[in-house]
Design a protein around this ligand. Structure first.
Ligand code: AMP
Ligand code: ZN
Length: 130
């Protein structure tokens, strides 16, 4: 799996530094080694506030399974992907967000090599920092 991710990244000319789940910051959050205040936690997904928000609401929706990026999603990850959107749906409804954006970064735009959705809302989004 990791070899496939590295190969895909090389083929696509991506600069993303792939890492194992052992040294992955989001895996450490999922294992409780780094503390966060969960907004929603389900069997497959955790959502928490981004530490460096670029909008008034900036939530990360993260699968508990270590999937590196959009480029490495496999059919077997379908439950995690559906659950990520289900969590986004709950947050948007519960907070009655009238305008929002869901973003996935990849390649050189992605800084944490563990798939995550950014849920952004409120005020001006500082895209240059995302
Ligand atoms: P990306 O550039 O799409 O990989 O975004 C990674 C995001 O993770 C950035 O917006 C960071 O601010 C955020 N981030 C990194 N470490 C943490 C952490 N410990 N808790 C919450 N957010 C984090
Ligand atoms: Zn991870």
């Amino acid at each position: 799996m990791l070899n496939k991710a590295k190969w895909l990244a090389k083929e696509a000319g991506l600069r993303i530094k792939y890492m194992t789940s052992k040294d992955c910051i989001f895996c450490k959050i999922i294992k409780g080694e780094i503390k966060v205040e969960p907004i929603i936690e389900s069997k497959l997904v955790i959502a928490f506030n981004d530490t460096n928000p670029v909008a008034a609401t900036h939530i990360l929706i993260v699968p508990k399974k270590h999937i590196e990026s959009v480029a490495t999603i496999e059919d077997s990850d379908a439950d995690e992907i559906i659950e990520m959107f289900s969590v986004a749906n709950k947050i948007v409804r519960e907070r009655k967000l009238s305008a929002y954006r869901l973003t996935f970064n990849g390649g050189s735009y992605q800084h944490v090599g563990h798939l995550h959705m950014h849920l952004l809302a409120g005020g001006k989004i500082e895209w240059s920092r995302l």
